[in-house]
Design a protein around this ligand. Structure first.
Ligand SMILES: *Cc1c(COP(=O)(O)O)cnc(C)c1O
Length: 361
C-alpha cells in the first residue's frame, strides 16, 4: 500500500488514522453481529445502539444542554440553507444575515426564496478578507433569527467574537469549525454542520436545535426538512446515513479520548500559529485574511505570482503535502488543518514553505 500523505483538503478532508483503522477492522463484521454496519437495518437494536452512542458522544463533547435536540440528517449544510428559513422564517417573516463568505452568501440567497432577508453586514466587496463589523443597532429585534457562518472555509476567516443578538435566535453554520474550539451551545438557537470537514464522511449533517424553536415550520416545509418531524422520529423519518453516523461516532470517541474539544482547541491554536508565524516571517508568502479574523482551520495565502503559487503546490505535493490549492474563486493556497491534521503535518508544511522560499528567493 502507498504511504499515507498529509492531506490539506478543505473537505471531504482527513480523518484520524485510528478511526480509519477501526472502520477497517469492523468493516466486514461488527462485533458479534456477523454483518457490516452498512448492512444493518437502521431500526435494529444493534444499529440504534451505535446511533445513540454517536449522539451521546457529540452531546458530551459540546456539553449540549437537554433543552436542545441533536439531529443527524442527510443533505449537507446546503440543505440546511433551505431548512433554516423553512423551519424558522414564519413569525415576522424577516431574518438577519451576515455576508462573510461564499457559503454565507449562498445561505442568504436561499433564504430570500422564503421571506425577507436583511444583510446586516458584508465584506463581499473586500474579497471577504475579514468578518464585517457588526453594529447591534442595525439588528432587527423582531427578526425570526440571525444567521452567521462561524468559520469561512474559502476565505480563511473566523469570528473572534460572536454577535450579541439578544432574544433573536442566533443560527450558525459551523460546518468548518465545529468541535475545533469551545462554543457555549446555550448562546445559539441552532447550530448546523456538514460532517465532511471536522466530523466524518460526507452525506451527514448535524443539526443542534433549541427545543422551543421546533413547531414553527412553514406549511410547505417538506417533512424531511422539518426539524420537529425529525426530532419526533429520532432523525429517522426516512433512512439516515447509517454508515456516516457510525464513522462520526468513532471520530467523536477519538476526540473524547484526546481530552475533548477543550484539549483540541489548544492543539488547533498551536497548529494555526505555526503557519501564521511562518507567513508573517516570510518574504515570499503572504496571508490573505485580516490577522484579527484569521481562521484556525483554513489558512489562506499567496505569493502574489500565480506561476509561483502553482510551483509551490507541486513542490509541496512531491513532499507528500497534498490538496493545498486555494478555492477556484480566490486562487493561491489554502491549508485546511482540521482536528484530524496532526501537528507534525503542519510542521512539515511550514518546513516545506521555508525550503521553497530559500530556493525561490
Ligand atoms: C462546506 C461548507 C458548506 C457546504 O457543505 P455541503 O455539505 O457541501 O452542503 C456550507 N457551509 C460551510 C461553512 C462549509 O464549509
Amino acid at each position: 500500500m502507498m504511504e499515507r500523505v498529509y492531506n490539506f483538503s478543505p473537505g471531504p478532508s482527513m480523518l484520524p488514522l485510528p478511526v480509519l483503522e477501526q472502520v477497517h477492522k469492523e468493516l466486514l463484521c461488527y462485533g458479534d453481529t456477523g454483518t457490516s454496519v452498512m448492512e444493518m437495518s437502521h431500526r435494529s437494536k444493534m444499529y440504534l445502539e451505535i446511533f445513540d452512542a454517536s449522539v451521546a458522544a457529540l452531546r458530551a463533547l459540546m456539553h449540549i444542554p437537554d433543552t436542545y435536540e441533536v439531529l443527524m440528517l442527510q443533505g449537507g449544510a446546503t440543505q440546511q440553507f433551505s431548512a433554516v428559513p423553512l423551519n424558522l422564517l414564519t413569525a415576522s417573516g424577516s431574518a438577519d444575515y451576515v455576508d462573510s463568505g461564499n457559503f454565507a452568501h449562498l445561505a442568504a440567497k436561499e433564504a430570500e426564496r422564503y421571506g425577507a432577508v436583511r444583510v446586516v453586514a458584508s465584506s463581499r466587496n473586500e474579497q471577504y478578507r475579514f468578518i464585517p463589523a457588526l453594529h447591534t443597532q442595525v439588528f432587527d429585534p423582531k427578526a425570526d433569527y440571525f444567521h452567521i457562518t462561524t468559520n469561512n472555509t474559502i476565505y480563511g476567516t473566523r469570528y473572534a467574537k460572536l454577535p450579541d443578538t439578544g432574544d433573536v435566535p442566533l443560527v450558525a453554520d459551523m460546518s468548518s469549525n465545529i468541535l475545533s474550539e469551545v462554543y457555549d451551545v446555550g448562546k445559539f438557537g441552532v447550530i448546523y454542520a456538514g460532517a465532511q470537514k471536522n466530523i466524518g464522511p460526507a452525506g451527514l449533517c448535524v443539526v443542534i436545535v433549541r427545543k422551543d424553536l421546533l413547531g414553527r415550520a412553514n406549511q410547505l416545509c417538506p417533512r424531511l426538512l422539518n426539524w420537529q418531524v425529525q426530532a419526533e422520529t429520532g432523525s429517522m423519518h426516512n433512512t439516515p446515513n447509517t454508515f456516516a453516523i457510525y464513522v462520526a461516532k468513532l471520530g467523536f470517541e477519538w476526540l473524547l479520548n484526546r481530552g475533548g474539544v477543550e484539549a483540541m482547541e489548544q492543539v488547533n491554536i498551536e497548529k494555526a500559529s505555526i503557519l501564521y508565524n511562518c507567513l508573517d516571517q516570510s518574504k515570499l508568502f503572504k496571508g490573505t485574511a485580516l490577522p484579527s479574523d484569521r481562521s484556525r482551520m483554513n489558512v489562506t495565502f499567496v505569493t502574489g505570482d500565480e506561476a509561483k503559487d502553482d510551483a509551490f503546490i507541486k513542490f509541496a505535493a512531491k513532499a507528500g503535502l497534498i490538496n493545498l490549492k486555494g478555492h477556484r474563486s480566490v486562487g493561491g493556497m489554502r491549508a485546511s488543518i482540521y482536528n484530524a491534521m496532526p501537528v507534525d503535518g503542519v510542521r512539515a508544511l511550514a518546513a516545506c514553505m521555508k525550503d521553497f522560499e530559500a530556493q525561490n528567493a
